[in-house]
Design a protein around this ligand. Structure first.
Ligand code: NOJ
Ligand code: CA
Length: 675
């Protein structure tokens, strides 16, 4: 819906006058402006000596200083200008849409769009447009290269999108071009000390927090950000190349992914941002009632802590009998699915070190898949499928159609995929156009079989779950598995106070919180889960995923009073509210269940104890709630006393305030039951 807006008319008048200037042969045009609906964010574009530049400000304070735009192509002149201005168009769109599942149900989609089209002044006079969408919660911009005689098939050697930041912000980042893909502990340092980093990149100034990322990554390469000249405040897009050095194999008409900047005053405001989803195309799958959020267990943690193995033989984790144990427990506690890793052939020995040998439809000895599936059906628990590829894309794609058909026949609704390995097919980065294309293929193939995906070692999330709602969740960060067997002992206690503001701004994260037994040192003397038990519970609310794992062994949950929270907590939300947060220190999030009137709250801290006071004004006005509080005990400490916790209840309303005490590495999880 386009609405009448006096600001737009003023802008149009300005554009007309600017065009006249440009047509008269001026060297530099003035800035053409587009502002967010609330007026706080301004994105501007201009030609200066024939070069395209943009800049961005927040409440009149610069965020991005004049920064250049353009491309370098293989065997063709660069598309960097000199350009002349062709036309500008603006529109305001104010609409809304519904997420079939997610952190919230209703999403407002209100933005001002500015399209600025240019043409080369000299031969071959190629045309290009840059399009800005300015929202209240940030800006997205992308390039559009139309179909034209001088440009059809081409190869991009470099996308030259500059980000000249106004200040030397504090940066929260993970390195790019490393062998463990996205699985690094986040570091904090001055922006000016960065080398080459993945997105989301989170930057903090005195008054704002910025997340730089991208949306709608389709048939293109992931954008990393590189500092070109040391100790500067300028990052330049660095697209992850193919093995031959080409970044993107393209053809016109081309629309690049959106380059995004979420801008928030408080870090916790980021939990209300819908920028990434809004910049993606609407659902292409039609009826997606078959896509269901929920919980799953798995023969999984027992491998990570060295009790069992993925390989067949004496320590084989995947057995018919063990799968039935998990199914029994899942059935008793309302858990929808059970994952079995290592059930298929190909896991012998060091499977990640060799060319893949997996057969995705053949079971190993000791595992009767039909018996397991039928046992589960009788108890109302589904098998969760697994496709570990060991980064062998060709090997996987050759079997993919059959592999999904096989699972569909068995009634499997969700498949966890995996891409362990340093390079795909031995020579491609995990984050280039090759993997982006593969992910598209997986999403579409799975959808044809009404199967949803939980991808590990994935391409990063750029909001495609809006377009393909079966792309439910993914890893793409250091998860719980690192506490199981990583040689560096595991994640630091502050890890989960950083990822909500960084990795999770991209989309859902299959983190796998929910470990109840902290004493698993038999085979892992140096590893530990660096939290208290109460924090494990709180993470179900803090770390959003529509599929939540219940990862520990059934024996470790059996009869445990705190398990009630895991059983109760929702996985699909009507509302999400960021309550407070300091990146790397603590964070509190509240969410309302879609299926009931209940609210849930999770508060977590890093290695430091903390007292927080939370206003319960997110609760529905006029409703009384029974707050079921799972909190750290007086002597709880992540290092030596993680299992000290209390459960208490109290009656609360939206006008109340609640004091929360968090132990070192601790947390609080609350269910608010509407009475
Ligand atoms: C890495 C995944 O992140 C983990 O969850 C899985 O258990 C192993 N690969 C084996 O597939
Ligand atoms: Ca992993």
């Amino acid at each position: 819906m386009n609405t009448y807006n006096p600001r737009l008319w003023a802008l149009l008048a300005l554009i007309v006058s600017l065009n006249t200037l440009a047509d008269n042969g001026e060297q530099s045009s003035s800035w053409t402006l587009s502002t967010s609906p609330n007026g706080n964010i301004a994105a501007e574009v201009r030609l200066t000596e024939g070069r395209l530049q943009y800049r961005i400000s927040y409440r009149d304070r610069p965020v991005i200083m004049p920064s250049s735009l353009g491309f370098v192509f293989k065997d063709e002149p660069a598309l960097m200008g000199p350009f002349t201005h062709v036309e500008t168009s603006v529109r305001e769109v104010d609409t809304a849409w519904t997420l079939p599942w997610g952190e919230r149900k209703h999403i407002a989609d209100h933005f001002t769009e500015l399209r600025y089209k240019v043409r080369e002044t000299a031969d071959p006079e190629r045309e290009m447009a840059v399009v800005f969408r300015v929202y209240d919660d940030g800006v997205g911009f992308r390039y559009e290269i139309p179909d034209q005689p001088g440009l059809t098939q081409f190869e991009i050697i470099d996308e030259r999108t500059e980000f000249v930041f106004a200040e030397n912000y504090h940066a929260w980042w993970i390195p790019a071009y490393r062998d463990q893909r996205y699985e690094y502990q986040y570091a904090r340092s001055a922006l000016s000390s960065l080398d080459v980093v993945h997105t989301p990149l989170t930057l903090q100034g005195d008054e704002i927090t910025i997340v730089v990322h991208e949306a709608a990554l389709v048939d293109y390469a992931s954008m990393t950000l590189r500092m070109e000249s040391d100790n500067s405040k300028t990052l330049v897009s660095d697209l992850v190349p193919w093995a031959n050095g080409v970044r993107v194999v393209a053809q016109t008409p081309l629309k690049t992914p959106w380059r995004t900047l979420q801008i928030a005053e408080q870090p916790s405001d980021l939990f209300s941002s819908n920028l990434i989803l809004n910049l993606n195309e609407p659902n292409k799958l039609g009826d997606v009632s078959w896509v269901e959020p929920g919980k799953y267990m798995g023969i999984w943690w027992e491998m990570h802590i060295g009790l069992k193995d993925w390989s067949p033989g004496d320590k084989q984790g995947a057995t018919t009998e063990r799968a039935k144990d998990y199914i029994d427990f899942a059935a008793e506690h309302g858990i929808d699915g059970v994952l079995v890793e290592g059930w298929n052939t190909g896991w012998e020995g060091e499977w990640w070190q060799r060319a893949p040998t997996f057969d995705f439809t053949r079971a190993v000895e000791g595992f009767d898949i039909n018996e397991v599936v039928n046992y589960g059906k009788r108890k109302g628990v589904r098998l969760v499928g697994h496709h570990e590829t060991a980064a062998g894309i060709q090997h996987y794609e050759a079997q993919m159609e059959e592999a999904f058909r096989f699972y569909e026949r068995l009634g499997v609704k969700n498949v966890k995929t995996g891409y362990v390995g340093t390079r795909l097919d031995g020579n491609q980065w995990h984050h280039g156009q090759y993997m982006v294309r593969h992910f598209q293929n997986v999403a579409e193939t799975a959808a044809r079989h009404r199967i949803t995906i939980n991808a590990h070692e994935p391409i990063k999330d750029t909001g495609l779950r809006r377009t393909y709602p079966n792309m439910m969740t993914r890893e793409g960060a250091r998860g719980m598995e690192y506490n199981g067997g990583s040689p560096d002992t595991g994640n630091l206690p502050d890890h989960t106070t950083i990822v909500p503001f960084t990795r999770l701004q991209a989309g859902p994260f299959d983190y796998n919180a929910g470990i109840f037994n902290f004493d698993y040192r038999e085979h892992r003397p140096h590893n530990r889960v660096p939290t208290t038990l109460a924090k494990q519970l709180a993470l179900y609310v803090v770390i959003y995923s529509p599929l939540q794992m219940v990862p520990d062994l059934p024996e470790n949950y059996e009869g445990h009073p705190a398990f009630q929270f895991v059983e109760d907590v929702a996985t699909d939300w009507e509302h999400t509210r960021g309550i407070n947060g300091v990146i790397g220190d603590y964070v509190t999030i509240a969410r309302k269940d879609r299926q009931s009137d209940d609210w849930y709250l999770g508060a977590i801290t890093d290695e430091n104890a903390r007292s927080l006071t939370v206003a319960l004004d997110f609760l529905d006005v006029g409703t009384t709630y029974r707050a079921e509080i799972y909190e750290d005990g007086k002597n709880a400490h992540w290092r030596d006393n993680p299992e000290d916790y209390n459960i208490r209840t109290m009656t609360v309303r939206s006008t109340d305030r609640l004091d929360i005490e968090l132990a070192p590495g601790g947390g609080t999880a609350i269910r608010f039951v509407a009475l």
